[in-house]
Ligand binder design. Structure first.
Ligand SMILES: Cc1cc2nc3c(=O)[nH]c(=O)nc-3n(C[C@H](O)[C@H](O)[C@H](O)COP(=O)(O)OP(=O)(O)OC[C@H]3O[C@@H](n4cnc5c(N)ncnc54)[C@H](O)[C@@H]3O)c2cc1C
Length: 803
């Protein structure tokens, strides 16, 4: 064993081996993998090996496609068979909701350039003879996917890595990790120590224990999972090819051929977490005892939906553990506060995702950037709120829902409410229907008296539609109040703050008493934040951004190495706030502040530390609705008083609560993009239009060179707002078509209640980006006409905003 390497990968499952291969491929050949047992000995060896491209996040789908396509390459490179069965996939729907989901998948596949087809059940039966037709209404066929041999695939990665010079040490246990002052790591093993510049935690079932070696508690938990393999099934005899791997949503079952029999597995409701507090050291290639009682209800349904499987005897059954994060996607990337420590764990679909994780993590380590938008897999999508107890509740919820439809307007109920602001009870009393953002409850809309505060999960317009409309109209015609506590908030202070922020942000920094829109770029010139910055004093700033991105942004700030005279502090739980917006907002706020709020005295983007009513606040003229508006920030102890005083002052002005759904509609009417939807690290300033807020005259800000070069070249695609002729709104990642060809994709959308139009935001190729250009958007399988609107549909000149 070498005593010095560039990187040590801990864990020889499919994920660790893929990372090792990709590191070597990118040129880091001086790397070692350490495995405490035999390769594959965690959850990898007993996997069913299924692979597919579908994921709620289109970028993850692309990486899954990369993974699946890689297997043939690995085989050619190493001669090691991956045991590829490229059978393709079938997804069965049993009701209209499930059909909608399949149509959405097919629509997104057009954008992703993946081959799919909606087919009748009879055709699905032709492709999988085991299906009992009467239980289903339709199906989606996809060309990619199938299954591989877990052992062969893992060893193919390992062989490819070895060929490039990487080392693999089996039967060697990592026992401790300690960091040197230069950020490199001493990796202690039971066979000696290795010094490595970087360490990767690909510990799978033991990822928590490896995390604990460096003092972190990763939000990951293993669940038991059962599948059965049957004896030979007569119906499969004599077929010229294997049946297509099939997912049955209503039965929560997956079925595929295994030899002459079938393999059937389920994500059972009555599920069991495994080793909740600590994974046993000595667990390796054991299985867990069968527990057919646990899966009996789902098996019963499975045997009805696939009767020939029920008639065959069970040859083998597997009950094994594998890991999940609270939302079912992997945890990948660097960890704030731990230089050169990387995680790649909670991978519940290693054979669909292992290759993509290896590719992006190796780029991130070697080049400082994952090279693709992987926010949906980024470990930083969880913050301190993801405690072990929260993780357990969410992992169980996620496991149970693995094959349930995830509706775009659905808010999952478990482990809630977790974080609450002081006015939670008041909002609840006012009929709030809540969502959770980074664990914090926030109002989505308000059910008026007599209406049950519950939203029906649907892909179409929900029961909330008329109530959201009423909220939007109140904002546009009178005044509304929205709780902004779920925004990301950061205090940056210190004598070095201004200089550090000047480099961090691409905008011209505001002078004291002013705010600015502040794009934040990575060195590749891509958007890592669309923040706003308030300069309270030359050495004190408040940054405001997306609440979802709080841990992501805090990690980014840390990576930009604030010097000792700069203090960066999250204000997530120490500042609560409101947005007050609408034509009556000035009259309302003037009743509560002593400052003169007339348009010339307190202009758009003015900010002041003052008092609103009895509460000390940071008070600004800003907002996201496109109306005259103010934002007020105060500490949680004042929030309820502030709320009550604003309400009292607004009673005769038509003040009304509005929630996230209305805010989303209002911002669409103004064409404002939203982080994590329209603005992500996939996009650039010129593509998003955020270049408008960049101070190109300023030297030395991160991403300047790349953004300048792009400005000169011109962007290949541009953000566009489209008016869509439809009675069903877009969801995201639908293709935008011109003459039947894909020329763009949707990033978000909804109904613009004030303008009375269905709207979509997305990116279209620059040559098509002109006012009035016509397109089609595939919404649930129908190509709906869409027109590009270059100017905002509401208040195009911004008179109401600035007035
Ligand atoms: C019954 C079942 C069916 C499944 N079916 C599928 C499927 O069809 N398709 C699919 O994609 N996925 C499936 N999975 C999930 C799949 O198994 C996982 O996604 C995958 O195995 C995760 O791989 P990993 O490398 O992250 O973790 P693991 O396989 O757990 O590997 C981690 C490795 O790290 C090693 N290690 C840990 N700590 C240390 C240490 N301190 N020192 C040295 N080594 C250490 C362990 O020994 C282990 O070998 C299934 C899982 C189960 C249980």
């Amino acid at each position: 064993m070498k005593s010095e390497v560039r990187a040590v990968v801990i864990g020889g499952g499919v994920v660790g081996c893929s990372i090792l291969y990709h590191l070597a491929k990118i040129g880091w050949t001086d790397v070692a993998l350490i495995e405490k047992n035999e390769l594959t000995s965690g959850s990898t060896w007993h996997a069913a090996g299924g692979m597919h491209t579908f994921n709620g996040d289109a970028n993850v789908s692309k990486l899954q496609k990369y993974t699946i396509d890689l297997y043939r390459e690995l085989e050619a490179l190493t001669g090691q068979s991956c045991g590829i069965h490229a059978n393709g996939g079938l997804m069965l729907a049993a009701n209209e909701g499930e059909m909608d989901y399949l149509r959405l998948v097919a629509s997104r596949a057009r954008y992703l350039d993946m081959e799919t087809e909606i087919i009748p059940v009879a055709e699905a039966k032709r492709r999988n003879v085991l299906i009992e037709e009467k239980y289903f209404t339709g199906a989606l066929w996809r060309s990619d996917g199938g299954h591989v041999d877990p052992w062969g695939t893992t060893h193919a990665y390992a062989a490819a890595a070895r060929k490039l010079g990487a080392e693999i040490h089996r039967f060697t246990r990592v026992t401790g990790l300690s960091q040197r002052p230069d950020g490199s790591w001493d990796v202690a093993t039971d066979k000696g120590s290795i010094h490595a510049e970087h360490v990767v935690n690909a510990g799978g079932l033991w990822a928590r224990e490896v995390g604990r070696m460096v003092g972190i508690e990763l939000p990951v938990l293993a669940m038991e999972h059962h599948y059965i393999v049957t004896e030979a099934i007569p119906e499969l005899e004599g077929l010229d090819k294997e049946i297509i791997n099939t997912t049955d949503f209503s039965g929560e079952i997956y079925v595929r051929q295994e030899g002459k029999g079938a393999l059937l597995g389920t994500y059972e409701h009555n599920c069991t977490p495994w080793s909740v507090d600590k994974t046993p050291d000595d667990f390796a290639t054991q299985l867990l005892p069968d527990n057919f009682d646990r899966i009996a209800p789902e098996l019963e349904v499975g045997f009805e939906h696939f009767p020939a499987v029920g008639r065959a005897g069970i040859k083998k059954s597997i009950n094994g553990p594998f890991t999940f994060a609270p939302d079912g996607n992997p945890l990948v990337g660097p960890v704030k506060g731990l230089p050169n420590f990387w995680v790649a764990c909670a991978v519940m679909a290693g054979f669909s995702q292992g290759g993509g994780i290896g590719l992006t993590l190796s780029r991130w380590m070697a080049e400082g950037d994952p090279g693709a938008d992987i926010m949906a897999m980024d470990v930083a999508r969880f913050g301190v709120f993801a405690t072990p107890r929260y993780t357990k509740a969410k992992v169980i919820e996620n496991y149970r829902r693995r094959f349930r439809l995830a509706f775009p307007n659905e808010e999952l109920p478990d482990a809630r409410p977790l974080r609450r602001t002081p006015i939670y009870g008041r909002l609840k009393k006012a009929g709030a229907v809540f969502g959770a953002n980074f664990g914090l409850e926030h109002a989505l809309w308000f059910a008026p008296p007599g209406v049950e505060p519950v939203e029906n999960p649907t892909y179409r317009r929900s029961n909330a539609f008329p109530y959201v409309k009423a909220e939007c109209l109140a904002v546009r015609e009178a005044v509304g109040i929205y709780e902004t506590s779920n925004y990301g908030k950061y205090e940056i202070t210190g004598t070095g703050a201004r200089a550090w922020l000047d480099k961090l942000l691409a905008c011209k920094l505001p002078r004291p008493g002013r705010m600015a829109i502040a794009p934040m770029l990575n060195p590749q010139g891509r958007i890592v934040g669309d923040l706003s910055i308030a300069c309270l004093a030359l050495e004190r700033y408040l940054l405001i951004g997306s609440g979802f991105a709080e841990a992501y942004h805090l990690r980014w700030f840390w990576q930009q190495k604030p010097p000792e005279n700069v203090h960066v502090r999250s204000a997530a739980s120490t500042l609560t706030g409101f947005s007050i917006a609408g034509p009556n907002a000035r009259t309302l706020m003037q009743r509560l502040v002593r400052e003169d709020l007339s348009p010339d005295a307190f202009k758009l983007f003015a900010v002041k530390e003052t008092a609103v009513g009895m509460s000390p606040v940071i008070f600004s003229r800003a907002g996201f609705t496109g109306e005259l508006g103010y934002e007020v920030w105060t500490t949680p102890d004042f929030q309820a008083t502030l709320y009550d005083e604003i309400f009292e002052a607004g009673e005769d002005l038509g003040l009304r609560l509005f929630g996230g759904r209305a805010l989303s509609s209002l911002r669409l009417e103004k064409g404002y993009g939203s982080f994590n939807k329209d603005f992500r690290p996939d996009y650039t300033p010129a593509e998003t239009g955020l270049d408008l807020f960049i101070d190109f005259k300023k030297e030395g800000f991160t991403g300047r060179d790349a953004a300048l070069a792009e400005r000169e070249r011109g962007p290949k695609r541009r953000l566009a707002v489209l008016e869509v002729d439809t009675d069903t709104e877009v969801i995201g990642y639908e293709p935008i078509l011109k003459g039947g060809k894909v020329v763009g994709h949707v990033t978000s959308g909804g109904f613009g209640h004030y303008v009375g139009k269905s709207l979509a935001i997305g990116y279209v190729k620059t040559e098509h980006h002109e006012d009035g250009a016509t397109f089609a958007i595939d919404i649930f399988g129908e190509d709906r006409p869409a027109i590009l609107r270059a100017a905002p549909l509401h208040d195009p000149n911004g008179g109401r905003l600035r007035g």
